[in-house]
Design a binder for this molecule. Structure first.
Ligand code: ZN
Length: 274
């Protein structure tokens, strides 16, 4: 696809203003600003930096990355993470795409191979070195997340970053895929490294782009095979089996972590009823 910038004659569109990990949200409607360019506080000089990147509900989506989250008088700047549960799923994905593209363009201005300037490739989303021809694509980091079942209990872990004083969040085991590793190996390795548990019967359960800053979560369900819980203290403060009637604070709705935990809870409760 060729690079396409909006102009004053453009039709209405969705405007994804990003700045670092924040996105500009309006208080009403779908939260993402929508309108004619003339109705929005978009300076003429910005239009060459704004870029069409996708469509939503038949209207074009433009992204515009600002260095600072300046007050545009439209709404407030919110971290994308805070919007996981609030934004329509399609808009969350688009917001993540806008942010990941902006991050890619910002961090690939120079060639990683020879250090010379990179330029946009016109027909696909990539940057290419004008000197040596090295081409770079947006970085996407695959990450597995797995909900593990043992009888009527689920293995949940509390990460150091999720510790809150009174109500810590417990979630499924997760980790980055390493080079030369299949997703199934990664599930087994992460479960064992983080909790000392061996798993089997690994089943794919969906995926979710996780633009913090460029992960792709690939979710699985698995069953306990063997082992005793041994918590990896460098990453976790706790890991334990939780009966579905006695669950701790779980991740937010809208996250794939919550989705796979809810799936196991539902599977177990169906079996108990039957
Ligand atoms: Zn180069």
């Amino acid at each position: 696809m060729s690079v396409s910038h909006p102009n004053r004659q453009s039709l209405a569109g969705w405007w994804f203003f990003t700045s670092q990990d924040k996105i500009l949200c309006v208080p009403q409607g779908q939260r993402i600003p929508f309108g004619q360019i003339d109705d929005l506080p978009v300076a003429e000089s910005w239009l060459t930096q704004a870029e069409y990147f996708n469509d939503y509900m038949g209207e074009p989506c433009y992204r515009l990355a600002l260095d600072e989250p300046i007050d545009l008088g439209l709404g407030e700047w919110i971290t994308l993470y805070q919007l996981v549960s609030d934004l329509d799923e399609a808009l969350f994905l688009l917001a993540g795409q806008a942010m990941q593209q902006a991050l890619f363009l910002k961090t690939h201005q120079f060639c990683g191979q020879c250090g010379q300037p990179m330029a946009r490739v016109e027909w696909e989303f990539a940057m290419q070195c004008e000197h040596c021809g090295f081409r770079a694509y947006p970085r996407i980091s695959p990450c597995i997340i797995v909900a593990i079942r043992k009888e009527n209990s689920i293995l949940l872990a509390c990460h150091k970053r999720h510790v809150k004083k009174d109500n810590p969040i417990y979630t499924a085991v997760a980790g980055f895929v390493e080079t030369g590793e299949t997703l199934e190996h990664c599930v087994q390795r992460e479960a064992f490294e983080e909790t000392g548990i061996h798993v089997d019967n690994i089943r794919y359960a969906g995926s979710q782009p996780w633009p913090f800053p460029h992960s792709l979560m690939m979710a699985f369900l698995a069953d306990y095979q063997s082992g005793e819980i041994k918590v990896q203290r460098s990453e976790l403060v706790d890991a334990n089996w939780f009966e579905i009637t006695n669950l701790p604070q779980l991740p937010k709705h809208g996250t794939i972590a919550r989705k796979i935990i809810d799936t196991l809870v539902s599977n177990i409760s169906q079996e108990l009823k039957g």
